[in-house]
Design a binder for this molecule. Structure first.
Ligand code: GLY
Length: 368
């Protein structure tokens, strides 16, 4: 097992990465479960796959699970489910010193974390991420949120978990497409700040996706360590460092919006393509060699992912895509900061990007 400390001043915690952590849940939580009943939020799909393991682990440790089981999918990150989850916590008599467990992907982690942040002005929660994306990104760093009709993640709080247990066993039960989409967030750490890790991904990415246990542990632990370093330095995203984690997300968000946030393009697939576009746009501006951008596109293509915008078959122009960007929550006083690249492993925040120029660039990419 790898243990990665997240050294946030006053609220340090650990991310543990290994196989069998859910089966050993009570021992892993080491004294944090103070009462017989343990409140756990999850979704119906995750409950079907992992509920019995968690239930059994709790039972063996002398506990009993109090489940709140939500419908799977992004729609659960709503005001309604937030209110109902907080009411449920109150009914379960959760106190500030108690720990609520979030068993699931980003949706469950974000919703449970936000509910925990406002329950009695803040109670503890433990992240038990069950998707690759949640293990390497959303469960670490304390961003919690719900969606509103105005957009995704527009209402939320920074509320750090007390512990994150990333059980690699869950990756074995994920659909291949979801695993690949989550893998984009692994490679992201290489592209944004660690050329050696990108080279490692180039060599071992297929092994990660195919289930090589050592490669998976290295990929997840290395990604978490990279995120922990960034979050330690810039927890509230005020210094321009945490913002680098948005590499590929501005382009990706426009693609997700254009495809109706549907199964046509999963979030991680949008991020992968978004990183290729950020790289190609950086090269177009003369910031880095086009060969480096091609290397990123080839990496995804070799793993069977869409690496070219033209491969998405969108029937729109560049301006339609940049119009989606205008609603981006990162918009700051009329300008949209973009994460661009000076090379693989050298991301920076550019605040001088003209959307017309991006639209013209996207026109070319859409044509292929
Ligand atoms: N997912 C980006 C962040 O945690 O800042």
């Amino acid at each position: 097992m790898a243990v990665i400390p997240v050294d946030i001043a006053g609220r340090p915690y650990e991310v543990r990465v290994g196989t069998g952590l859910l089966a050993g849940l009570v021992e892993q939580c080491s004294g944090r479960l103070r009462k017989r009943r343990v409140p756990i939020v999850t979704d119906a799909q995750v409950h079907a796959a992992w509920g019995p393991v968690v239930e059994n682990a709790l039972h063996q440790g002398g506990h009993e699970a109090a489940w709140r089981i939500l419908p799977p999918g992004e729609a659960s990150k709503s005001w309604e489910q937030l209110a109902a989850t907080v009411d449920w916590m109150l009914a379960e008599e959760v106190e500030r010193g108690d720990h609520v467990l979030a068993l699931g992907g980003g949706v469950i982690g974000d919703l449970t974390g936000f509910a925990a942040s406002i329950l009695k002005r803040g109670c503890n929660f433990i992240q038990l991420p069950t998707s690759l994306l949640a293990q390497v990104d959303s469960s670490v760093g304390g961003k919690t949120a719900i969606n509103t009709p105005a957009g995704k993640n527009l209402v939320g709080a920074f509320h750090q978990p007390a512990l994150v247990l990333a059980d690699l066993a869950v990756l074995d039960t994920l659909p291949a497409r979801e695993l690949k989409a989550g893998y984009a967030e692994v490679v992201k750490y290489g592209i944004l700040g660690d050329a050696d890790f990108f080279a490692w991904c180039d060599e071992h990415g297929a092994a990660v996706l195919e289930g090589d246990a050592a490669a998976r542990e290295y990929a997840v632990a290395h990604s978490v360590a990279a995120k922990a370093r960034i979050v330690r330095e810039d927890e509230r995203e005020t210094l321009g460092l945490r913002a680098l984690l948005n590499l590929g997300h501005t382009f990706g968000h426009a693609l997700e919006a254009q495809t109706g946030f549907s199964d046509r393009l999963l979030h991680g697939e949008g991020v992968a393509l978004g990183m290729v576009l950020a790289a190609r746009y950086s090269a177009r501006r003369g910031l880095m060699p086009m060969a480096s951008a091609d290397r990123i596109a080839s990496h995804f293509a070799a793993l069977g992912m869409v690496g070219e915008l033209s491969g998405l078959g969108l029937n729109c122009d560049g301006q339609t895509l940049t119009r989606h960007m205008l609603h981006d929550k990162k918009m700051d006083a009329g300008t949209l900061p973009f994460v661009l690249l000076k090379g693989i492993g050298e991301a920076f925040l550019a605040k001088d990007v003209a959307l017309d120029d991006v639209a013209a660039f996207l026109d070319g990419q859409l044509r292929g």
